[in-house]
Write a protein that binds this ligand. Structure first.
Ligand code: ADP
Length: 255
């Protein structure tokens, strides 16, 4: 579903953000993208729907066989729904309904179809009665869900999340994890919340200094303490004291 080959990118000020990154994500997979601050995670996510100006990178990207290039941007943006870390970067309308309707309207759908999609998407994120609310007045969790509804209403094949649980309280975080799990799409999730990554992702990619430094099964990668420490990360607490078969060491000692 996602094919990235030898992707390199340098910002106009000369800062190299991605260095020869290659990977593939299969349809239906949920992949975590982890790495220290400045690793290039956001830069990589933005490339997936051509946000950084397509002619400027080296290498290639494709979504479900469609190249991410200037000729295919509208179709790429329909296929890839990107959720920014800060919902205020994504919300701009006077009401929740208008915000969620914006994407489907851009797709040129009929008014009836736009209405149907808005209703469905708000129900999917459990904000069915929020249509006339003012986005600016909502809590962080509600704002993120409105953004997700806006993206979801376009029926993307790929959902891309940039730090989706940042600054959430524990309940908001748990609810978001459940919500994320309930949406069926291929997902790429960049985050420092490694427990969330562990809860949602079967596979993890590690980026550092713009390079892909590891790629593998989530528990194997996140449980590799030397690897985590070498790249400014930490092994998640839930992976300590683990019996090889998933039973905690404490429980195992009473068996
Ligand atoms: P991450 O999301 O992993 O924290 P980023 O993709 O934000 O990493 O940043 C990767 C590198 O690119 C960093 O060195 C960062 O300073 C640099 N960078 C990010 N945005 C810009 C920009 N607009 N102009 C110049 N350099 C940038």
């Amino acid at each position: 579903m996602i094919v990235v080959e030898h992707l390199s990118f340098t910002y106009p000020d000369g800062r190299v953000a991605l260095r020869d990154v290659s990977f593939r994500v299969n349809r239906g997979e949920t992949v975590g993208l982890v790495g220290p601050n400045g690793a290039g995670k956001s830069t990589l996510l933005w490339h997936l729907n051509g946000l950084l100006g397509v002619p400027r990178h080296q290498g290639s990207l494709a979504i479900n066989g469609l190249p991410v290039d200037a000729d295919h941007l509208p179709e790429i943006r329909r296929r890839v729904g990107l959720l920014f870390q800060d919902p205020d970067d994504q919300l701009f309308s006077a009401t929740v309904r208008e915000d969620v309707a914006f994407g489907p309207q851009q797709l040129g759908l009929s008014e009836g179809e736009v209405d149907r999609r808005v209703t469905e998407a708000l129900a999917a994120v459990k904000l069915a009665d929020f249509e006339s609310r003012v986005p600016y007045h909502l809590s962080l969790g509600e704002k993120r869900r409105v953004c997700l509804a806006g993206v979801w209403a376009c029926r993307p094949e790929v959902l891309v999340f940039d730090e989706p649980t940042a600054n959430f309280d524990p309940r908001g975080r748990r609810e978001f994890i459940e919500l994320c799990r309930s949406l069926s799409a291929t997902k790429l999730i960049a985050s420092h919340d490694l427990e969330m990554v562990l809860a949602l992702c079967s596979r993890v990619l590690v980026l550092d200094g713009g390079k892909r430094v590891a790629d593998g099964e989530a528990r194997a990668i996140l449980g590799d303490e030397p690897l985590m420490l070498a790249h400014g990360l930490e092994k998640p607490h839930s992976l300590f004291h683990q019996h090889p078969h998933g039973v905690s060491a404490r429980t195992a000692s009473f068996e």
